[in-house]
Design a protein around this ligand. Sequence first.
Ligand SMILES: *[C@@H]1O[C@H](CO)[C@@H](O)[C@H](O)[C@H]1NC(C)=O
Ligand SMILES: *[C@@H]1O[C@H](CO)[C@@H](O)[C@H](O)[C@H]1NC(C)=O
Ligand SMILES: *[C@@H]1O[C@H](CO)[C@@H](O)[C@H](O)[C@H]1NC(C)=O
Ligand SMILES: *[C@@H]1O[C@H](CO)[C@@H](O)[C@H](O)[C@H]1NC(C)=O
Ligand SMILES: *[C@@H]1O[C@H](CO)[C@@H](O)[C@H](O)[C@H]1NC(C)=O
Ligand SMILES: *[C@@H]1O[C@H](CO)[C@@H](O)[C@H](O)[C@H]1NC(C)=O
Ligand SMILES: *[C@@H]1O[C@H](CO)[C@@H](O)[C@H](O)[C@H]1NC(C)=O
Ligand SMILES: *[C@@H]1O[C@H](CO)[C@@H](O)[C@H](O)[C@H]1NC(C)=O
Length: 803
Amino acid sequence: MPIILVLLSFALCFEFSYSQLDILTKGSSLSVEKTQQDVLVSPNRIFSAGFYSVGFNAYSFAVWFSQNDDQRSSEPTVVWMANRDQPVNGKRSKLSLLKDGNLVLTDAGKSVVWTTETVSSSNLELRLLLQDTGNLVLRHTEGVILWQSFDFPTDTLLPLQPLTRVTKLISSRSQSNHSSGFFQLFFDDDNLLKLLYNGPDVSSVYWPDPWLVSWDAGRFGYNNSRVAMLDTLGNFTSSDDFYGVSYDYGRVMQRRVKLDFDGNIRIYSRENGAEDWMVSWQAKLQACQIHGICGANSTCTYDPSSITGKKCSCLPGYRVKNQTDWTYGCEPIFKLSCNKSESEFMLVSHIEFYGYDFTFLPNYTFDQCKNYCLQFCNCKGFQYSINMGAGYFNCYPKLLFLNGYWSPAFSGNLYLRLPKGTMPSIKESIEESNLVCLPQNRTILLERAYVKNRENGSVKYFLWIASAIGGIEIASIFLVWCFLFRNQQKSGNREGYQLTAIGFRKFSYSELKEATRGFSQEIGRGGGGILYKGVLSDKRVAAIKRLNEVNKGFGESEFLAEVSIIGRLNHMNLIEMWGYCAEGKHRLLVYEYVEHGSLAENLLSNSLDWTQRFNIALGTAKGLAYLHEECLEWILHCDIKPHNILLDYNYQPKVADFGLSKLLNRNDLNNHSLSRIRGTRGYMAPEWLFNSPVTSKVDVYSYGIVVLEIVTGKSPTMGVQTIDEGVEGQKRLVTWVREKKEGGSAVDSWVEQIMDPVLEGNYDVAKMETLAELALQCVEKEKDSRPTMRQVVEMLECHENHY
Ligand SMILES: *[C@@H]1O[C@H](CO)[C@@H](O)[C@H](O)[C@H]1NC(C)=O
Ligand SMILES: *[C@@H]1O[C@H](CO)[C@@H](O)[C@H](O)[C@H]1NC(C)=O
Ligand SMILES: *[C@@H]1O[C@H](CO)[C@@H](O)[C@H](O)[C@H]1NC(C)=O
Ligand SMILES: *[C@@H]1O[C@H](CO)[C@@H](O)[C@H](O)[C@H]1NC(C)=O
Ligand SMILES: *[C@@H]1O[C@H](CO)[C@@H](O)[C@H](O)[C@H]1NC(C)=O
Ligand SMILES: *[C@@H]1O[C@H](CO)[C@@H](O)[C@H](O)[C@H]1NC(C)=O
Ligand SMILES: *[C@@H]1O[C@H](CO)[C@@H](O)[C@H](O)[C@H]1NC(C)=O
Ligand SMILES: *[C@@H]1O[C@H](CO)[C@@H](O)[C@H](O)[C@H]1NC(C)=O
């Protein structure tokens, strides 16, 4: 009896083999009506080939990663399809290996929808089998291969499957629709591996960056062997010298390269037996640089809360054609007249449309550019942007609005042509749509980067049999063994390198302990933890924050969901988060390390000149605008102070410590306002004290104080030593600056009186005055009188350009 139990438990632990097939021989076929049994399985059981349902009564013959019982609820990962664009009926359709050696897929017993067009003489044995690599092969017993699926990829490459000069990957139409979509990965005639958007109306290459010549893109155009392949360890290499290395390089894992429906190529990996795939590399970091994803007349915006990392919106005066599919773009709600005097132009800032210019007109004034556009009926507007180096403006009249990209970091302006008199109503409609945008509730979306602890089907089954037989004691020993064995497999996956889309990964505690040499080099405190300097295994220098007051309600998955959203934010003026560690009670965050420390230290050591100060004010504003802009009100910073503004090697500011308010148990975001006070004395907006709602304007207030500090070199809490009418006293920085401004004497301008004395008069008075004025607006008591961070950026940029 115990022997039987042992055998039984083995069989259950290692999955039952279903009555599936190893090979298909001449004269036999696989039927769509037996989708469970008529499946070819690879000898290692990793891959299956059979009929896959792509819709109601619609099937494609496909190869996919086999699934365990406990994964049956989720969709299998398909790697190849024979008939993606022509699914067959759910009745009487079959895949048959004919006597003449041809492999054919017939729809409902009648028409042939797909065939390998192979021939073999009738006396030779021929078989169709699925190899361990996932390659579906039609071959003679002596090994001659007549046909193989690796020669006809759809949207996926498996390890060691070459992409050649005659093959290409074509994306799926959408996440659920497997038919051919608009994106292609292929070798161009110049021997370079490229990504192409091939839409219904237009085509354009978007990777490598189209404005780079191949050499600058790091590509080599003289190797005409044209082959690209993913190796088993995770290096995707191409004969034009391009390569992408997955973050978990070197480990034995299941891997695949896929051209996804959103136009990006990604390497996915997972442990054998694990359910969830991790993105371990991707070609384009910025989803919005992929052409065609938002369709005509619309702009793409970075949106970390969306699964694709972007969001589309129509230009003012345009409306979306198809809500469910943005690739259709937007259409105008107005009709333009050809009459010059019946058009006007509306300014849309921070926007860029790639390509489809009439012409390029350097050194044009605004009026020249406008008049040029007006000459042509089909000129839809123009891009007008400054050429910093030359000190003049360039004019780009537009035929079409394609590949639009909006980002607060862009300085380019678009002037949109509209019929005269329609502007006020269009402006109004924008305001309305903005309102719709704000209360947006966020969804936590991640590339399924954590493993759920599922109840184990086989274990349950085993327990049932075991107790039925009565060998409870023996059973429980094996139950424990079985369970341990399983769990070990799963935890291998948890331990390792888990990533989201942008190379953000999970670190193990021991790894970080080693990186920081046992947390020996402390470089800062505050923001809920202690900061240590460390060197990661790939030699990158990192700042590692050990959180000491993590929200108690946060399990590992909530923690991960939260930090991964922060990890997706990507702006030159925000500190970059590389990863996290959540193990047991340990919670750590891994950031990039910046050379020059915090703004606080630099102000204290008097090491900043006026241009650096101006740039720090501008850069900080850009970083904050980015945080506030994308409807992400929940990423208020709430603790802006010179200690949280870090300076890189070039004295460019990087805002640190954002997005942590939910992680740290400081406040409760559930009741729409931050009920508990967060912030640092001296930088906190008045609304914290009165129970008024806290909005992004609290950050504007704190920013204003920081700018006053940058200008005057004086700290807001220490106050200002004053000698008024012989009485020495302390004044708050804001009050002191306001008084100086109001009582400005004729001799010295007020700015000169408040300026940091260490600058010794070496500064641009006009610019510093702008800064000081702006700072005073930011610290207005009434939050509605303060500008938004975006307006701050605009004001400063406008000043920056006028030398
Ligand atoms: C998939 O997309 C194609 C092309 O847009 C369309 O013709 C087809 O009906 C779609 N299939 C499903 C199941 O939605
Ligand atoms: C990946 O392949 C490229 C090209 O062969 C090579 O230069 C690079 O070192 C490889 N990377 C790794 C981590 O093996
Ligand atoms: C061209 O690429 C192939 C495949 O990557 C490589 O084996 C070969 O050495 C390359 N030839 C030259 C001249 O670089
Ligand atoms: C929008 O696109 C979807 C998917 O292609 C399609 O099923 C639907 O009919 C379209 N709707 C309209 C209004 O065109
Ligand atoms: C985009 O807008 C232009 C007018 O500015 C219009 O002619 C064109 O048809 C629109 N594109 C689409 C896809 O609707
Ligand atoms: C253009 O429009 C203006 C004002 O609407 C009108 O006075 C003028 O006659 C029009 N010109 C032509 C050529 O139609
Ligand atoms: C730009 O145009 C103006 C007036 O046409 C001219 O005076 C100036 O020299 C031009 N600048 C450059 C850099 O060509
Ligand atoms: C998010 O919005 C949906 C519908 O728009 C709503 O049903 C859901 O309760 C909201 N979730 C939260 C957390 O507010």
